[in-house]
Design a protein around this ligand. Structure first.
Ligand code: FEO
Ligand code: CA
Ligand code: CA
Ligand code: CA
Length: 678
C-alpha cells in the first residue's frame, strides 16, 4: 500500500479524502453555547447534548392521515454477525446477481483478473453503490413491471489488487498498483478507468423466480472516460476550458460515483464523491505547493494521484489529464481545469443509450454523496437535496426556477434555480442560505465574479454565508407519507468537545447519527425548516432512537450511510463502518456492516441483513410491488492486509466461495411472495 494510504488517520480509509474545510465560519457550538452555556454542553455528555433535540422537532401535522398509515415491520431481526456470509431473516432468500465482471454483451462470465481493459468496459464495474430499478415500460420511476427492468447502479471505486493477475502475491493493500519502470501499465489503468462509472443492465425474473441479465441494446457502461456534456451555469465557463474542450462544454468521464438519485422524469443521477484524489497538481512557488482555490479547498493532492493514471507509460491525453498542473501556455493547452469538471451531479437517461450524460452544475460542486428529490408537484419547483460527505462539510438543496410540469419535465429544469446550504440553529429551527452571485457576501469584491465561480467553488461560497459544519453527510431520503427529510451523518472523530453542537452532539463521533427536518408549511421550496435528531447510533449506553430509548441488540448500529424509504414508508438504513475499524476497538461490537428497517414514526428498528467480511452494505431499491429487493455488497475482503494478500490469503470469499472477493448485487425475496420487510 502506498505510504499516503498507509498513513491515513484512523477515521479515513482508502477512498476517503482528507478534511479541507479550514474556513473560520462558526461551528454550531459557538452559537449553541450562547443558549446552553459551554459548561452545560461539555459536562452533561450525550444526555444533555441531545435534550430538546431527539425526536422533538418536526412533529407531524395534527390529525395527519398519513401519520396513521404506519408500515408493517414483521420479520424476526437477525443478530450481529462477524461471519463471511450474508444473513437475512427467516423466511427470506438471497440470490447473487451481477458480480463485478459480468458481461453485458452475452459473453460467459470471467473473473475481472482475466478481462482486458476494453472487456471491462462492457462488463459490470467494481464497488457497486447507489442503484435504482427502472420498470421496463420506461415511464414512471416506481411504477410498471416488477419482473423486468433496467437496473442502473454506480461503481464507486476499484481495488486494483483484485483486478490484475500481476497483483497476485504482491504485498498490496487496497490502494494503487506499484509503478513498473516508473510508469503504469496502460491496459491496467484502462481496466481501472472502465471499472468506474455506472452500469445500465436489463434484468428479468424467470419462471423459476430467479433473476438474470438479458441482452438489450440499452445495456451500457458509462465509465471514467465516457464523453459527457457540461450543463447549467458552468457550461462554457473559463474555469472548465481544457485542451479537450477549449469551449468548456465537454469532459470525459465521471468519478467515484457513490450514491444516486432518481428524477421525477424517470432519469438517473449519479453523484461524484471523492473525485479530488484522482488528480494531482505538482505546481510550486518558492518550493511550496501552488494550487488554485478550486483545487485546494477540495483537497487535490500535491503528491501522487489515487491510482497514478496520469503516469501511464506513453500515456495519451486521456491519461495525462489527471495531472492538473500548468504545463501549457494557457488553459486550452493543458489540463489545469480538468478537475473543475468533476464534483457534480450527472444525469443519465437509461432508456436512451445514445444520449450523452450531462453534468448538472447548478446543483453545486462538492463531494456529492448522492441526491434525493422532494415529491414532484405540478406547478411547483423541483427540489433536490444533496450532502457533501467530508468532515465538517455541509448539506445543500436546489430549488428549480421553473415549475414542474409532468408532461414536459426534463433535465433542463436542473439548469436554472437557486442552490442553498443549510444552517441549523440552536433552537431547533433552520435556514436555507442562498448561494447566489450578488447576494450577501458572494460578490466580485469578495472573489466571486459570477455564478460560475460561485458553483465551481461551492464549498467556499458555503463557508462565506456561514453554513453549519456537519459530521459527514451521506444519503438523504424523504418520507413518502409526510415529506420529512432525513440525512445520515456517518461519523466524525475529528470533532472536538468545543465543536459539539445540536445536530452533531458528540465529540470524537465514531458512530454517527441521523438528522431530519420538516420544511416550513411542508413546502420543499421553503427557506426555513425545523429539525431534530431521529437516531444517535452507537452502543446501548451511547445511543438514542426517536422517542428517547437507547438502541438494543436487535437494532444496534454504527456509521449509518445508505438511507431509503420504500413506498409504504419503511426506512432502510445501511451502515459503512470503514474497513480500518471493522471488528476492531469501539466498532467491534457492531460486527460486519448491515442493513436495518425502521418505522420513522415510532423509532422501532430491526436488523434485516448482515454482510460478509470487509464490505459495506450500500444501495437499496425494490420492484414497484415491493416483493423483490436489490441490495449491494461493496468491497468485500477490503480488510485483507498487505501481508495476507502477499501470502495468498483474502479474508472474504464472497460471492463465489473462492477466488478474489467481488462486489455484487443481492436479490432478496420473501419465500411466501410477500412484501419485503412486512
Ligand atoms: Fe461513498 Fe460517502 O460514501
Ligand atoms: Ca456512502
Ligand atoms: Ca466506504
Ligand atoms: Ca461511507
Amino acid at each position: 500500500m502506498p505510504d499516503d494510504l498507509l498513513h491515513l488517520p484512523h477515521d479515513l480509509e482508502a477512498g476517503d479524502e482528507i478534511p479541507s474545510n479550514t474556513s473560520a465560519n462558526p461551528t454550531f457550538a459557538q452559537i449553541a453555547e450562547v443558549r446552553l452555556g459551554r459548561r452545560g454542553m461539555l459536562m452533561g455528555g450525550l444526555a444533555s447534548a441531545i435534550s430538546g433535540f431527539i425526536g422533538a422537532g418536526p412533529a407531524l401535522a395534527q390529525g395527519s392521515t398519513q401519520a396513521a398509515q404506519r408500515p408493517t415491520i414483521g420479520f424476526k431481526p437477525v443478530p450481529i454477525s462477524a461471519n463471511d456470509t450474508v444473513v437475512v431473516p427467516e423466511g427470506y432468500s438471497v440470490q447473487v446477481l451481477i458480480p463485478q465482471g459480468t458481461p453485458l454483451d452475452g459473453r460467459p462470465w470471467r473473473a475481472p483478473t482475466e478481462l482486458t481493459g476494453a472487456e471491462q468496459g462492457m462488463a459490470i464495474g467494481a464497488h457497486h453503490d447507489g442503484m435504482h430499478f427502472f420498470p421496463i415500460e420506461g415511464r414512471e420511476p416506481d411504477q410498471g413491471s416488477s419482473s423486468d427492468g433496467l437496473l442502473v447502479l454506480n461503481h464507486e471505486y476499484v481495488e486494483p489488487r483484485f483486478m490484475h493477475a500481476r497483483a497476485a502475491g504482491l504485498s498490496l493493500g487496497s490502494g494503487r498498483m506499484p509503478l513498473t519502470g516508473g510508469a503504469r501499465d496502460p491496459d491496467e489503468a484502462l481496466k481501472e478507468i472502465n471499472a468506474h462509472g455506472v452500469s445500465v443492465v436489463r434484468i428479468a425474473k424467470g419462471a423459476n423466480g430467479r433473476w438474470a441479465v438479458m441482452a438489450d441494446p440499452r445495456n451500457r457502461r458509462i465509465t471514467a472516460a465516457t464523453p459527457m456534456e457540461i450543463g447549467g451555469p458552468v457550461r462554457g465557463h473559463a474555469l472548465v476550458r481544457t485542451k479537450y474542450s477549449p469551449d468548456g462544454t465537454r469532459v470525459r468521464g465521471t468519478l467515484n460515483n457513490c450514491a444516486h438519485g432518481v428524477t421525477p422524469w424517470n432519469t438517473y443521477i449519479t453523484a461524484e464523491e471523492n473525485w479530488a484524489g484522482y488528480f494531482r497538481n505538482t505546481d510550486q512557488v518558492d518550493q511550496k505547493p501552488d494550487l488554485p482555490r478550486e483545487q485546494a479547498r477540495y483537497g487535490v493532492p500535491t503528491g501522487q494521484g489515487r491510482y497514478n493514471w496520469d503516469q501511464v507509460r506513453d500515456g495519451g491525453d486521456e491519461f495525462v489529464r489527471f495531472n492538473v498542473s500548468k504545463t501549457g501556455a494557457d488553459a486550452t493547452q493543458d489540463y489545469r481545469n480538468e478537475v473543475n469538471a468533476f464534483g457534480w451531479l450527472v444525469e443519465i437517461d437509461p432508456f436512451n443509450p445514445g444520449a450523452m450524460p450531462v453534468k448538472r452544475t447548478a446543483l453545486g460542486r462538492f463531494a456529492h454523496e448522492g441526491v434525493v428529490f422532494g415529491p414532484a408537484r405540478e406547478g411547483r419547483p423541483v427540489v433536490a437535496y444533496s450532502g457533501d460527505d467530508s468532515t465538517f462539510e455541509y448539506i445543500y438543496k436546489f430549488v428549480s426556477a421553473r415549475p414542474f410540469n409532468r408532461a414536459t419535465a426534463n433535465g433542463a429544469l436542473l439548469d436554472e434555480g437557486v442552490l442553498y446550504v443549510a444552517k441549523f440553529n440552536a433552537d431547533g429551527s433552520g435556514e436555507w442560505l442562498p448561494l447566489q452571485h450578488g447576494v450577501g457576501p458572494l460578490t466580485a469584491a469578495n472573489g466571486f465574479a459570477d455564478q460560475g465561480e460561485v458553483l465551481v467553488n461551492t464549498r467556499l461560497a458555503a463557508d462565506a454565508v456561514g453554513a453549519t459544519k456537519m459530521d459527514r453527510p451521506e444519503w438523504g431520503a424523504v418520507d413518502p407519507r409526510d415529506g420529512r427529510v432525513y440525512f445520515t451523518l456517518t461519523n466524525n472523530s475529528r470533532r472536538t468537545p468545543a465543536q459539539v453542537d445540536g445536530p452533531n452532539p458528540r465529540a470524537q463521533n465514531r458512530f454517527g447519527q441521523i438528522i431530519r427536518w420538516r420544511e416550513a408549511n411542508d413546502d420543499h421550496a421553503a427557506t426555513r425548516f425545523t429539525w431534530d435528531l431521529f437516531l444517535i447510533a452507537g452502543p446501548e449506553g451511547d445511543s438514542r432512537i426517536a422517542g428517547g430509548a437507547p438502541v438494543n441488540a436487535d437494532n444496534m448500529l454504527a456509521c449509518p450511510d445508505g438511507l431509503w424509504f420504500d413506498a409504504d414508508g419503511r426506512m432502510w438504513i445501511q451502515t459503512d463502518i470503514g474497513e480500518a475499524e471493522q471488528l476492531k476497538g469501539p466498532l467491534a461490537p457492531f460486527g460486519n456492516n448491515q442493513m436495518l428497517c425502521a418505522d420513522p414514526t415510532t423509532g422501532e428498528a430491526r436488523r434485516f441483513l448482515t454482510g460478509p467480511h470487509g464490505q459495506e452494505i450500500t444501495g437499496v431499491v425494490t420492484t414497484p410491488d415491493r416483493r423483490t429487493m436489490f441490495v449491494n455488497v461493496q468491497h468485500p475482503g477490503a480488510t485483507t492486509t498487505p501481508a495476507e494478500w502477499a501470502a495468498g490469503q483474502v479474508n472474504s470469499r464472497f460471492p463465489n466461495g473462492d477466488g478474489v472477493p467481488l462486489s455484487a448485487t443481492l436479490v432478496i425475496t420473501k419465500d411466501d411472495g410477500g412484501i419485503i420487510g412486512s
